[in-house]
Design a protein around this ligand. Structure first.
Ligand code: IMP
Ligand code: MG
Length: 184
C-alpha cells in the first residue's frame, strides 16, 4: 500500500484552494451575523479540528474556543446511530452565543445530540452550527446547520478532518477513496 495518501483517492471533490475560499466566505458571513454577543466556537473532535483552525482565523470578532469529543461511527463508513460523549466537562458557555463546528452533517444525530446537551446543561444565549460539508441524505433526526460549506452526495469522503478508520484527516483536499482502500 503506497504511503502517499493522495494516491489513495479515486476522485477529488474539493481542492485545498476551493476549501480555503469557501471557509473565508463562511467566516465573513459569521462575522456579520454574530457580532452582537460573546461568541464561543466549539468544534467536534477530531474531524472538526482543521475546519476550526481555518474558520476562526476568518472570523473577525473576539471569540473563545472549546471542543467536544463524541463518537458515532466507531471506525466504519456507516453511522452506528448512538452518539457517545467522551468528555466529563462541558464547555462553559453560559450567556454566550455558541457556534458548533463539525466536518460533515450526515444523519444529523451528532449535531442534534450536541445541541440538545448544550442547551440542557450549559445555558447558552443561542446555539448555531456550521459544517464544512452537508450530505444530501434524509436526516435521521430533524436538524440542519445554519452555515454549510458545500453539499455532497451520499458517499463516504475523506480529507480535511474527515477520516476513514482514523486516517486521511491530514489530506489537504476532500475526496473519495479507491475501493481497494476500504475494508469489506
Ligand atoms: P451524523 O451524526 O450521522 O450526522 O454524522 C456526523 C459524523 O459522522 C461526523 O462528525 C463525521 O465524523 C462522521 N461522518 C459522516 N459522514 C462521513 C464521511 O463521509 N466521511 C467521514 N466521516 C463521516
Ligand atoms: Mg469522524
Amino acid at each position: 500500500m503506497p504511503r502517499d495518501q493522495t494516491s489513495h483517492l479515486e476522485r477529488t471533490l474539493f481542492e485545498q484552494s476551493a476549501i480555503r475560499t469557501r471557509v473565508a466566505e463562511m467566516g465573513q458571513e459569521i462575522t456579520d451575523d454574530l457580532n452582537g454577543g460573546a461568541l464561543s466556537v466549539i468544534t467536534v473532535l477530531q474531524g472538526g479540528i482543521l475546519f476550526m483552525a481555518d474558520l476562526i482565523r476568518e472570523i473577525n470578532l473576539p471569540i473563545q474556543i472549546d471542543s467536544i469529543s463524541v463518537a458515532s461511527y466507531h471506525g466504519g463508513t456507516v453511522s452506528s446511530g448512538d452518539v457517545t460523549f467522551h468528555q466529563t466537562r462541558m464547555p462553559a458557555v453560559e450567556g454566550r452565543d455558541v457556534l458548533i463546528l463539525d466536518d460533515i452533517l450526515d444523519t444529523g444525530r451528532t449535531l442534534a445530540a450536541i445541541r440538545r446537551k448544550l442547551e440542557a446543561e450549559c445555558s447558552p444565549r443561542s446555539v448555531r452550527s456550521a459544517v464544512l460539508l452537508s450530505k444530501k441524505v434524509e436526516r435521521a433526526v430533524e436538524v440542519e446547520a445554519d452555515y454549510v460549506g458545500f453539499e455532497v452526495g451520499n458517499e463516504f469522503v475523506v480529507g480535511y478532518g474527515l477520516d476513514y478508520q482514523g486516517e486521511y484527516r491530514n489530506l489537504p483536499m476532500i475526496g473519495v477513496l479507491k475501493p481497494e482502500y476500504i475494508l469489506h
